[in-house]
Design a protein around this ligand. Structure first.
Ligand SMILES: Nc1ncnc2c1ncn2[C@@H]1O[C@H](COP(=O)(O)OP(=O)(O)OP(=O)(O)O)[C@@H](O)[C@H]1O
Ligand SMILES: [Mg+2]
Length: 345
């Protein structure tokens, strides 16, 4: 295209000398020479557009390939009749799961119960399958073996639309649409009024960073939310979930945003989100889950230990190591920030 763009506009450079030569030799009349010059100028635009079209055609080809790939994926089965649920207890029984059969199972025989209104924390080494468990509860995939149920009803028997009303999922990395921040939050409950959206945003501690933006609430979030930091994106996602007010909340803590100020704000917004809900928090910072009703330690796709913080510290060497590492990291961070002071965890 660049070559074309460079050469095409110089058609006159060739036409003019040759035309004048032919004219002086008498084989071209003035009218014909003028016509040739006009034609040579007007051919530039169409030929340039042609090179652009060739380029566009290639992008269309790639887009169609992607779309076909997506449409070719097997669909999750869905049912149409809403079911009535009496509790919002979540239970996984003997769940095994593989993303690809070739790679083998990521989860092996997971048994896990989240009683209604309880706070469960899921911890463990990176890649252990924590996010995978969360995605299975939201039914992003179907399990290979075993069952996942809410209130005793298998997820496969709950319509996807009803399930999406039951479960709020704040993921590790949240996708925002390139519309205003206000509209991004409103996605949690499209019928919500502006006041309700603002109240949710306030509860999720979004107001402070939104006030700093030039266009405030009307700021577009950028492609996939690219204009906000990861921590800010997560707070927007929490505001969305607060607005949605679903009885089951899954929170996949982001690993990357560990600065204490952000963490403190996130904690406040999480408290606002989770009051009275069946709550599953995937935590990377163990201090945030001290008060959990149960802590589940997931290692290499298996549940390695289960219990309260106190019980795990006594029974699980892996948890003890993680706790020591966590305390070490905290006191290191605190000491490098304020020399001479002791860290409190
Ligand atoms: N979409 C996917 N397709 C294929 N494999 C995946 C996919 N998502 C995760 N995995 C694999 O599944 C395993 C478990 O991943 P998962 O995201 O559940 O770990 P995690 O415990 O959440 O880790 P982290 O603490 O780093 O978030 C990893 O080995 C990962 O490579
Ligand atoms: Mg994860």
């Amino acid at each position: 295209m660049n070559l074309g763009n460079a050469i095409l506009p110089s058609t006159l450079l060739g036409i003019l000398p040759v035309g004048i030569l032919l004219y002086t030799q008498g084989s071209l009349k003035p009218a014909e020479l003028t016509l040739c010059m006009i034609l040579s100028l007007s051919i530039i635009a169409p030929v340039t557009w042609f090179t652009v079209a060739v380029n566009d055609w290639k992008s269309v080809e790639y887009a169609i390939k992607d779309v076909n790939q997506l449409l070719g994926l097997p669909e999750l089965s869905d049912v149409s009749e809403n079911v009535s649920l009496h509790t919002f207890e979540v239970e996984l029984k003997g769940v095994s799961f593989a993303y690809n059969e070739a790679d083998g199972d990521i989860l092996h025989g997971i048994d896990l119960k989240l009683p209604e209104g309880s706070f469960t924390a899921l911890v463990g080494p990176s890649g252990g399958g924590k996010s995978t468990v969360a995605r299975l509860i939201a039914r992003f995939w179907d399990v290979r073996e075993g069952t996942v149920s809410i209130g005793g009803t298998d997820l496969g028997k709950i319509p996807l639309s009803q399930l999406s009303q039951l479960v709020s999922f704040v993921a590790q990395d949240n996708f925002l649409f390139n519309c205003s921040l206000l509209e991004n939050i409103r996605l949690g409950r499209p019928a919500a009024s502006d006041d309700e959206v603002l109240a949710a945003a306030r509860a999720a501690q979004c107001e402070e960073f939104i006030a700093r933006l030039e266009h405030g609430w009307e700021t577009p979030a950028g492609e996939a939310g690219g204009k906000l930091s990861g921590g800010e994106r997560q707070r927007i996602a929490i505001a969305r979930a607060i607005l949605k007010d679903a009885p089951i909340v899954i929170l996949d803590e982001a690993t990357a945003f560990t600065d204490p100020e952000n963490e403190d704000k996130l904690q406040h917004s999480i408290v606002a989100l989770t009051k009275g809900k069946t709550l599953l928090v995937i935590a990377h910072r163990l201090s945030t889950i001290k008060n959990a009703d149960q802590i589940v330690l997931l290692d290499k796709g298996k549940i390695a230990a289960k219990g309260t913080q106190k019980e795990l510290l006594e029974t699980s060497p892996l948890y003890r190591d993680m706790w020591q590492a966590h305390i070490g990291a905290r006191s290191w961070a605190a000491n490098s920030g304020r020399k001479g002071e002791t860290a409190h965890v």
